[in-house]
Design a protein around this ligand. Structure first.
Ligand code: DGY
Length: 320
């Protein structure tokens, strides 16, 4: 009997995923609930054939250079891979995989939750109730803005951007988007394509960030970008924190240039800019875009599909 490939799992993944992992592989799983520190990862990776990592694991040039030669594949439990130095990993001959598609709906749902939570002042209204400050129904308290009839500007019309657009159309929003090229997705025939970000921003009564974090998109939503948006716009970010410049966003939320923001992701998370906690016009979540039982199982299964194919000598089905 040939021995099973050895896999290091950097996190406690969902039970169904670990059952399959342990059945088909000789697995070493992070025994704590916390992210695995880099030194521990390097130590445990010795003799491993592959790694299932997660977005808290930074595979920077330094880590990749010390990764044992035994590691032949890294598959990340995420669709985003800005935590992986892809060039460094590939130049070491390491195959790479991720988990596209299965988190599209869950993440688009959270984008809508952020949009509605921000525009309807869900945080401050909910807080008033919890504090016991809700004394009577009032014609002029807890007011927010409609989403219906408003222009939703989407930056990045990939799978998640499209899913957000479809949902928003159900709320009677008018869809505008900026992407490298126009998409011809079914159901989005009425969406307006903007060749430049500036042109999109001018229409952005609501702005939803759905593009990957790259060198080009880092701090893309900065003071200058925000100044191009209509006054009183609503910002939603469910992609990656560093795409927005927190200081510029905080200033705009204070001045009223932005009416509100719904944020699920943060630069430096979990150590996010605490300035957000001082504001009532923000709706904040701790990066839970993909956090449903169904999605997290599917993400793990995609990682395992990547490993299964690789060790069977076949192409990785979800390659980076
Ligand atoms: C991803 O998959 O990139 C998500 O951000 C994790 O939920």
């Amino acid at each position: 009997m040939t021995s099973k490939p050895k896999i290091l799992a950097t996190r406690q993944f969902p039970e169904n995923v670990l059952i399959r992992l342990n059945k088909d592989y000789e697995a070493v799983v992070n025994s704590s609930l916390d992210p695995m520190p880099a030194e521990e990862l390097i130590q445990l990776a010795e003799g491993m054939d592959g790694i299932i990592c997660d977005p808290t694991c930074l595979f920077d040039e330094k880590l990749v250079s010390t990764l044992p030669e035994s590691v032949k594949i890294v598959t990340t439990f995420s669709v985003g891979y800005d935590h992986l130095n892809v060039d460094a990993l590939k130049s070491k001959g390491i195959a790479l995989g991720n988990t596209p598609d299965v988190l599209t709906d869950a993440t688009a749902d959270i984008a809508m939750l952020c949009m509605l939570g921000a525009s309807r002042m869900a945080y401050s209204a909910g807080q008033a109730l919890r504090r016991g400050d809700w004394t009577s129904w009032s014609p002029i308290e807890f007011l927010g803005t409609h989403v219906s009839g408003k222009k939703l500007a989407i930056v990045g019309m990939g799978r998640i951007g499209e899913a957000v657009a479809r949902r928003a159309q159900g709320f009677d929003m008018e869809i505008h988007y900026h992407n490298r090229r126009p998409v011809d997705a079914r159901g989005l025939e009425n969406a307006t394509y903007h060749e430049t970000l500036d042109s999109l921003l001018e229409q952005a009564e609501f702005l939803s960030i759905n593009c990957p974090l790259t060198e080009q998109t880092h701090h893309m939503i900065n003071e200058e970008a925000i100044s191009k948006m209509p006054n009183g716009a609503v910002l939603v970010n469910t992609a990656r924190g560093p795409i927005i410049d927190d200081n510029a966003v905080l200033a705009a939320l204070k001045s009223g240039k932005l009416a509100s923001a719904g944020l699920d992701v943060f630069e430096g998370e979990p150590n996010f800019n605490k300035g957000y906690l001082e504001l009532n016009n923000v709706f904040l979540l701790p990066h839970i875009g993909s956090a449903t039982y169904e999605t997290r199982d599917q993400m793990g299964f995609k990682c395992l599909d990547n490993l299964d194919a690789f060790f069977a000598g076949k192409p990785v089905p979800n390659p980076i």
